[in-house]
Design a protein. Structure first.
Length: 361
C-alpha cells in the first residue's frame, strides 16, 4: 500500500479533485505502472460532464504510458522496469466479437470499470475510469491493459499511442482504408484530428483538407500534413468539394461527434465516398438523411471504435512510422501540464483551443 496523487471525478458534473489515493500492490493478473505521461482526451471531458458514463467516483485518464513497477502472479508478458503503453479497451478473447476478430468491439472491454480498485486517502471507494486510471502518479491495471512500448519510441510520446494515435491511424487505415492518391477531409483538429492527418499523409493521400471552427489551428494542421485548411462555416462542404477536384473528398473523417459536423462530412465526400465517424457525440445529436440521397450518392457512413484497432498488431507498425520520421507524436502535443492543469485543459477543449494537453509526471 502507498499513497499517490490522482485526479478524481467525485460525481458526474463535479470538478476534478486532485487528491491522494491509496494504491494496493498488484494482485494476480495485475500490473502496477508508474506513469510517465498521460494525454487529456475529449472522452475524459465527456465522462466528467456525463455525455459518456462510467461508475463514479473514478480516477479518469485513459491515454498513458509508463514503467512497470511490479507485477502480480501469472503476469509474464511484462516485467518490472519495462516501458508500457496503457490500453483502455482490453479484449477478453472469448466473446462473439473477439471470436470473429473484431477485438475493438469486445463485449467485456469496459467491464473492469465496474470494479472498485482502491480508495481515496479519506476512504471513498474508487472505480478505474476507463479501466486504466491514468490521471495518477501510479496505477494498478489488468495485465491485458499493458502493451510493451516499441523500441525507439520515447515513453512520454508513447502515451499518445494509447488513444489519439491508435484512433486516428485506425480511422484512416482500418476503417476508411485510404489508398495512395485519395483526398481526405478531417473534421476537428484536436489530438485525434492531428493523428488522423498524419496517418492520411502516411497513407499517401494527395489532398488533405483540415476543418476546424478555429482559424488558429491552421499552422498545427499544416505541420501534421494538411495541404488545405478550411474554417468551418455553412459552406464547408462546398469548399471541400472545390478543393478536391469538384467531386468531393474520397474520404471524410469526423473527429468531433456533432450532428452538423457528421452531416457536413458526409456532404463533403464524392459520390461513392466514405465517411468515418470517430467523434463521440451525445444521444441528442440526431443526424438525418432522406432516402433518395442515400441511394443517389452511394456513400457510406461508418462508426469507428478505438480505430477498429488490434493494438498489439498496430503498435509495432506505428513504431516503424515513428522511427522513420513519417509520424511525429510530439507534434500532437500543444501543452505540457501537471495533474493540477487538467481542469484548465478541459476548459481549453471546451473553447476549441489547442491540440493535445499532456500530463507529464
Ligand atoms: Zn481517448
Ligand atoms: Zn471479447
Amino acid at each position: 500500500m502507498s499513497v499517490v496523487r490522482a485526479a478524481v471525478l467525485p460525481a458526474v458534473g463535479s470538478p476534478l479533485e486532485i487528491t491522494g489515493i491509496v494504491l494496493p500492490e498488484p494482485g494476480p493478473g495485475q500490473v502496477r505502472v508508474r506513469l510517465a505521461a498521460a494525454g487529456v482526451c475529449h472522452s475524459d471531458l465527456s465522462l466528467s460532464n456525463g455525455t459518456m458514463r462510467v461508475p463514479v467516483p473514478a480516477v479518469l485518464g485513459h491515454e498513458g504510458a509508463g514503467t512497470v513497477v511490479s507485477v502480480g502472479e501469472g503476469v509474464d508478458h511484462v516485467a518490472p522496469g519495462d516501458g508500457v503503453v496503457l490500453n483502455w479497451a482490453p479484449s477478453c478473447g472469448s466473446c462473439h466479437h473477439c471470436a470473429i476478430g473484431e477485438v475493438w468491439l469486445c463485449a467485456h472491454a469496459l467491464t473492469g470499470t465496474a470494479n472498485v480498485y482502491t480508495v481515496t486517502e479519506d476512504g471513498r471507494e474508487l472505480h478505474p475510469g476507463l479501466n486504466v486510471a491514468a490521471f495518477a502518479e501510479e496505477t494498478v491495471v489488468a495485465a491485458g491493459c499493458v502493451l510493451p512500448v516499441p523500441d525507439g519510441v520515447p515513453l512520454t510520446d508513447a502515451a499518445l499511442l494509447g488513444c489519439a494515435v491508435l484512433t486516428g491511424y485506425g480511422a484512416v487505415h482500418h476503417s476508411a482504408r485510404v489508398r495512395a492518391g485519395e483526398s481526405v477531409a478531417v473534421f476537428g483538429v484536436g489530438g485525434v484530428g492531428l493523428a488522423t492527418i498524419q496517418a492520411a499523409r502516411v497513407a499517401g493521400a494527395s489532398t488533405i483538407v483540415a476543418v476546424d471552427v478555429s482559424p488558429e489551428k491552421e499552422a498545427l494542421a499544416r505541420a501534421a500534413g494538411a495541404t488545405e485548411y478550411v474554417v468551418a462555416s455553412d459552406t464547408t462542404a462546398k469548399e471541400i468539394r472545390k478543393l478536391s477536384g469538384g467531386q468531393g473528398a474520397d474520404v471524410a473523417v469526423e473527429c468531433v461527434g456533432r450532428a452538423t459536423t457528421i452531416r457536413t462530412a458526409w456532404d463533403s465526400t464524392r459520390r461513392g465516398g466514405r465517411t468515418t465517424v470517430v467523434g463521440i457525440g451525445g444521444k441528442d445529436q440526431q443526424v438525418s438523411f432522406n432516402a433518395l440521397e442515400i441511394f443517389h450518392w452511394g456513400r457510406t457512413l461508418s462508426g469507428c471504435v478505438y480505430g477498429n484497432s488490434r493494438p498489439a498488431e498496430d503498435l509495432p507498425v506505428l513504431a516503424e512510422h515513428i522511427r522513420a520520421g513519417r509520424m511525429d507524436l510530439s507534434a500532437l502535443v500543444t501543452e505540457r501540464i501537471t495533474l493540477d492543469g487538467i481542469p484548465g485543459a478541459f476548459d481549453n477543449m471546451l473553447a476549441g483551443k489547442g491540440g493535445r494537453a499532456l500530463v507529464v509526471f
